[in-house]
Design a protein around this ligand. Sequence first.
Ligand code: EAX
Length: 368
Amino acid sequence: MKKRVLAIAMATLLCVGVFAGCGGGSSSGGSSAPAASTPASSTPASSTSSASEPAASGEVEYAMIAGTSTPDTHPYNLGMVRIGELVKEKTNGAVTLDVFGNSQLGSERDLIEGLQLGSLQMTCVSTAPLAGFTDAFLVFDLPFIFATTEEARTVLDSEVGLEILHSVDDQGLKGLAWFENGFRNVTNNVRPITVPDDLKGIKIRTMENQMHMAAFQIMGADPTPMAMGDVFTALQQGTIDAEENPVPIVATNKFQEVQKYISMTGHIFSPTPVLISADYFNALPAEYQEAVQAAATEAAPYQREQIDEQNVSGLEELTADGMEANEPEKAPFQEATAPIYDEYIKEGAGMVSPDIYERVNAVLAEMR
Ligand code: EAX
């Protein structure tokens, strides 16, 4: 908690220090929306250029802050840092992005709300905590909907995938690009998970998402929703036996220090929208909007490469550090979680829209 408060204070200082407000010219210090109409010269530390015009000589006009739930070495953070580098380059230093990892600025839900409130400008999060904002992302929470990473990426980059990304655009948010978290696997301290029955009685942390909890309940586990920032300690103290995440999350969080087994179940694929505060984005000069969008688009393939690399290097690290890895046959898990499809694909709040499901399937059918 202390760490988090300190980080917010630091972030605010950074913000205020640069330009008396993240808003580049706004005198309200820390407010989210850049006051594009306010001449930057009205604030003490400002440049002489108007915030609505591109910087002439590399002065910072818009100092953006991003938060993530992941360590600095995770591909989320590497991807966000890359966006910062690209946007700086494209705007001759006028727009910058500082990245605060490790849930320092809050849980993923806090980060999303932070964009709406204006306490930070950008984030990238799992789609699961977005369930409270829109139902469009829920299709990705269907177990085993994608057989391969290539399938997932093709759907994300398709028309329906981009429509899902932009489904938050009327919620004070704007989707910029699809990053990726990847296929989730189970880690635990009780036994290797080889068949669904092995999950019986295991207390497993899941994300705060009904469908994830239901999937583990069906397999006989005891799911507990929890924010990422609390997971290491809960595993260490034994209040939970297990968690489920892609290899890069497990390795960068050093869960091997508190978990003995990793079972490559690949039960759910987590895509990751890159989000910006809509108010902030809309108030940027058009030229900077284009730069921010282009930076996010260009960073996405790099971010996915980092996931590919860390899926390999991370697993090597985990096993070298003593974790026992196994690759169970997927079919029994797929059969066990099939009722989720019947239960959740229907019209209504908190459900997977049958239309979205069909459109995703149409993209998949073309590939299969
Ligand atoms: O979004 O909460 C989770 O398990 C997520 O996979 C992770 O924090 C990255």
